[in-house]
Every structure is written in structure tokens, then in C-alpha cells.
Ligand binder design. Structure first.
Ligand SMILES: Cc1cc2nc3c(=O)[nH]c(=O)nc-3n(C[C@H](O)[C@H](O)[C@H](O)COP(=O)(O)OP(=O)(O)OC[C@H]3O[C@@H](n4cnc5c(N)ncnc54)[C@H](O)[C@@H]3O)c2cc1C
Length: 379
């Protein structure tokens, strides 16, 4: 049983504690999905999470705000049970983040579907020539009458190939660099959208390279103001970056649980493995990493929920620390399993694959360091 003591920290309200307990029980009863077909598993997880009512937290209904503590608790809990379930939940939130924060009433109708698990969403920012350097976005949306013509490519797009709608960031040219981008809502059945390649990664989930071939978009597809696409993207990441930390925390907690069970049960040199002091040292390091990550993740989430306009520094610290710490915790848990640690079918083996990409996407670790250093230097 994972440590639940963090739920009594002052960051939380009773509704968060109830959410954590309720979701944990739901996961134990329901998350037994076959992962052999990743697309089918994701579709089924989105539908299940919708029916269970959990996806309503992934987007903000009319007049509501996203509750970042709820997002983090859900991601942590799902990640502890099933990485693909966390992915399915997270992408409904990230994909629709721009609509939750800036959508028109018409655009928000999509939220009714994504929050019910009846439509799958995606967030399309990264391009072959611009990953960390968003200001170099080359995809263009050129004004044409009362609409736009979209051309370009996006890569590493989660849910690419199975999504019902994509939020796409493109250059509209109001100014050079980051000040000339806008965000658009693109339904997947729009003529001209091409799935060029499905990308396979160490922890399988739907991922694709997309091409936009002279796609005609109505003016009403624009999310937020023209030329404000970079701010839209950064505002979305400001909310969801802490939740990546929460997912990493969930993976780390699971790894710690697996390690604890293993060292209590495994007999070596005439005693359980946990009696060796060097093993106890590893356990202490893991427990410390888990709690330090939880403190930073929920500090960032609480700060945002208390009304801070931006939490770039707090979210960067939370994401950087939690993802790097989870990698260490999982690696140690795997080591304590010996040969079984690298064996298919063992939880620590899949956690070892699951954690890696979190140190790269939504801002790589080095990019988070730049954010933290800038905040420190500006203070
Ligand atoms: C599994 C997975 C899922 C993804 N899902 C999505 C998605 O749904 N939507 C989307 O838009 N994108 C998605 N991405 C893309 C992801 O956001 C990018 O991979 C990430 O932003 C890094 O960009 P890049 O791969 O082009 O690496 P690059 O930008 O080439 O960076 C490579 C490395 O250079 C270093 N570096 C970069 N910038 C700096 C800096 N300023 N200072 C110091 N060092 C630096 C870092 O070590 C970094 O890892 C996903 C990626 C993966 C792996």
C-alpha cells in the first residue's frame, strides 16, 4: 500500500482526499486493460475514465477553473497503477488545455466530449526543426479570405493517429519569433491532415508525425488572440508541467512499493534482504526522493490553485526534481530486484521504460534549469 500520509498536508482540501481515495479504489477494481494493442487500449481507457467521471477534471467547464491539485492527484494515482491510463488522462487535459483556458463557447463544446471520454484530443506544438525552441515554429497559417490555410509538419504528437481533434500552433506572422504564433483547433477529419508516420518509443503509446497539406481553417478555429499562440502554449504548460511531475511521482511511489515488497520477501545470506544496511541506505534515499518530489509537485499545484497568474518557477522545479528523482528511484528499485528487474512482466522493468520520456517532453530537464536560473537571477 503506497504511503498516503501526504494527503494530510495543508495543500489539500477534503475534496482532494476524497478524490485520491475514490480513484485509488476505482483503479484497483477497473484498471486491468490489455495493452497488447496500444491504440485500442488507449481508446478503451479514455472511455472508461470518462464513464468513471474522472475526465471531468481534465478540462474546465463553463465558469470553472482547472484545479491543478486534482490534476496532480489523478495523474499520480493513475501512474502508480498503470502508465497508459495516466497517459490517456493527461492527454485529454493537455490537448484541451488551450480550450479550457482560452476557448470560445463554440470551441468549449468539444470539452463536453473530451470530459466525457467521447472524443480524444492532442496538443501539436513540436516540429522536426523546433522542439525546445518553440519560437522557431515553421508551420504556417496564412490568412485567406475569412479563414486561414495551414501548412507544415508536427512530430512526436501524443495521440497522433487516434485523436479526434488537435490543437495546433502555427505561425501567423504578426511579428517575428514567438510573437507571431497563434493556436488553432483542428478536427481530425479536416481534409489535408496526413498522419505521415506512427512513432514507436520505449514505453508504447500513440505517437505520430503529422503533415498539414493546404488545410482550410475557418477564422473561428483560432484559440485566443492572433499572435498570442506562444502565450497560450506557455499558459497550458504552466498548468500541466506540474502534472508531469505528479506522474513521475506516481511511478516513483510504485517503484518504492515494489522495492519494499521485494527486500522484505527476498532471503539472502540467511536473512531478508532489507536487513543489509546498504539496502536500507537505498530505501532511505528512495523514500526521501519521493517525499521531496511530492512537496515540490503539490507546492506548485497549490500555488497555481491559490490564484498565482504564473508558476513557471515552481512548476519547473516540480517537474525537474520529480522526473529526475523518479528515474533514480526506479533504477534503484530495479537494481534491488536483481535479474528479475530487467525481466518482462516485472513492474520495475516497465517503470524503467515509462519514466524516461518524462525527462524530455514538456520541457527537457536542461530547459527547466534555464527557467529556474532566470527566475533566481531576476529575483
Ligand atoms: C514520448 C514523447 C511524447 C511527446 N508528446 C508530445 C506532444 O503530445 N505534443 C508535442 O508538441 N510534443 C510532444 N513531444 C515532443 C517533446 O516536447 C520534445 O521532444 C521536447 O520538447 C524536446 O524537443 P526535441 O526532441 O526537439 O529536442 P531538442 O530541442 O533538440 O533538445 C535536445 C536536448 O538539448 C538540450 N537542450 C535543449 N534546449 C536547451 C537549453 N535551452 N539549454 C540547455 N540544454 C538544452 C536538452 O538536453 C534536450 O533534451 C513528445 C516527446 C516524446 C519523447
Amino acid at each position: 500500500m503506497a504511503d498516503r500520509s501526504f494527503l494530510s498536508w495543508p495543500f489539500f482540501e477534503d475534496k482532494h482526499r476524497a478524490l485520491a481515495e475514490g480513484l485509488d479504489a476505482w483503479c484497483a477494481a477497473n484498471l486491468h486493460v490489455d495493452h497488447s494493442d496500444t491504440d485500442a487500449a488507449c481508446r478503451s481507457l479514455v472511455a472508461m475514465l470518462g464513464q468513471g467521471g474522472w475526465l471531468k477534471h481534465s478540462g474546465a467547464g463553463e465558469g470553472e477553473a482547472l484545479d491543478v491539485r486534482s490534476l496532480c492527484i489523478i495523474r499520480e494515482t493513475l501512474a502508480r497503477h498503470d502508465g497508459l491510463a495516466d497517459f490517456a488522462f493527461a492527454m485529454q487535459g493537455l490537448g484541451m488545455g488551450a480550450v479550457s483556458l482560452f476557448g470560445t463557447p463554440e470551441q468549449r463544446k468539444w470539452l463536453d466530449k473530451t470530459r466525457a471520454g467521447q472524443a480524444i484530443s492532442a496538443f501539436a506544438l513540436t516540429e522536426p526543426g523546433s522542439g525546445s525552441d518553440v519560437a522557431r515554429t515553421a508551420t504556417t497559417a496564412v490568412r485567406d479570405g475569412d479563414g486561414f490555410i495551414l501548412n507544415g509538419e508536427k512530430t512526436y504528437i501524443s495521440n497522433g493517429g487516434i485523436a479526434d481533434l488537435y490543437v495546433v500552433f502555427a505561425r501567423t506572422g504578426e511579428a517575428p519569433g514567438a510573437k507571431g504564433l497563434s493556436a488553432f483547433l483542428l478536427p481530425a477529419d479536416t481534409p489535408g491532415l496526413e498522419i505521415v508516420e506512427r512513432i514507436e518509443v520505449v514505453a508504447p503509446h500513440p505517437l505520430a508525425h503529422l503533415r498539414f497539406n493546404d488545410i482550410r481553417l475557418p477564422a473561428s478555429a483560432m484559440i485566443g488572440q492572433p499572435g498570442r499562440g506562444f502565450q497560450v502554449a506557455m499558459s497550458v504548460l504552466d498548468v500541466f508541467r506540474s502534472t508531469v511531475g505528479a506522474a513521475a511521482l506516481g511511478f516513483a511511489r510504485r517503484a518504492l512499493d515494489e522495492a519494499l515488497a521485494r527486500v522484505k520477501e527476498r532471503q539472502l545470506f540467511g536473512a531478508p534482504l532489507h536487513e543489509l544496511q546498504m539496502v536500507q541506505g537505498h530505501i532511505a534515499d528512495m523514500a526521501l526522493d519521493v517525499d521531496a518530489s511530492a512537496l515540490l509537485v503539490y507546492r506548485a499545484a497549490w500555488t497555481k490553485d491559490m490564484g498565482a497568474p504564473r508558476v513557471s518557477r515552481e512548476a519547473a522545479m516540480a517537474k525537474l526534481n520529480a522526473t529526475e528523482a523518479a528515474q533514480r528511484v526506479i533504477d534503484t528499485a530495479l537494481q534491488l530486484h536483481g535479474g528479475d528487474g530487467v525481466r518482462k512482466g516485472f513492474i520495475v522493468e516497465s517503470l524503467y521504460r515509462e519514466i524516461r520520456a518524462l525527462r524530455i517532453y514538456e520541457g527537457a530537464t536542461d530547459v527547466q534549469k534555464v527557467v529556474i536560473a532566470r527566475a533566481a537571477l531576476d529575483a
